[in-house]
Ligand binder design. Structure first.
Ligand code: FES
Length: 148
């Protein structure tokens, strides 16, 4: 059970509370569900459209359900040149999903990202923000194994 109501309540009196609450909810659920946006609108006394607008304005928030462990593959030029496409293919094969999708068991989501500032060791992926450097298709099963 997710307790987004308690999370929202705990930020109700804080300045910038709405964004902080969204961060906390996303950290726990990996996205911000519609019910949580409706609840936030009520608590922060905003029209739902505005609470929704805040959640969709920032690219760090997702309002779409997605897998708990968010895997991002850097697609900027240095990673691309170093073989990001092969890493993407390996991830898609291993997880049985395509880029932008989540696994049916809700464990993993695959997304693309811009450079994450680790270009010294391309290609790079991140899982829940943790960077993995010098990734190759052969390393994918072990990396994913840490999250299974
Ligand atoms: S280009 Fe991929 S981390 Fe910088």
């Amino acid at each position: 059970m997710h307790h987004y109501k308690e999370i929202i309540a705990s930020y109700a009196d804080k300045p910038g509370g709405l964004i902080e609450a969204y961060h906390a909810i996303q950290k726990e659920m990996s996205y911000i569900p519609e019910e949580a946006i409706a609840e936030a609108a009520q608590v922060f006394k905003l029209p739902v459209s505005q609470a929704y607008g805040v959640a969709t304005f920032y690219s760090m928030f997702s309002v779409k359900s997605r897998g708990k462990n968010v895997i991002r593959i850097c697609e900027s030029a240095p990673c691309h040149v170093a073989g990001a496409a092969e890493v993407i293919a390996a991830l898609e094969r291993e997880l049985g999903i395509k880029m932008g999708e989540s696994t049916a068991d809700g464990k993993f989501a695959l997304e693309l990202t811009e450079c994450v500032g680790q270009c010294q060791a391309t290609p790079v992926i991140t899982i829940n923000g943790k960077p993995y450097l010098d990734v190759s298709p052969a390393k994918i099963p072990d990396i994913l194994g840490e999250y299974k």
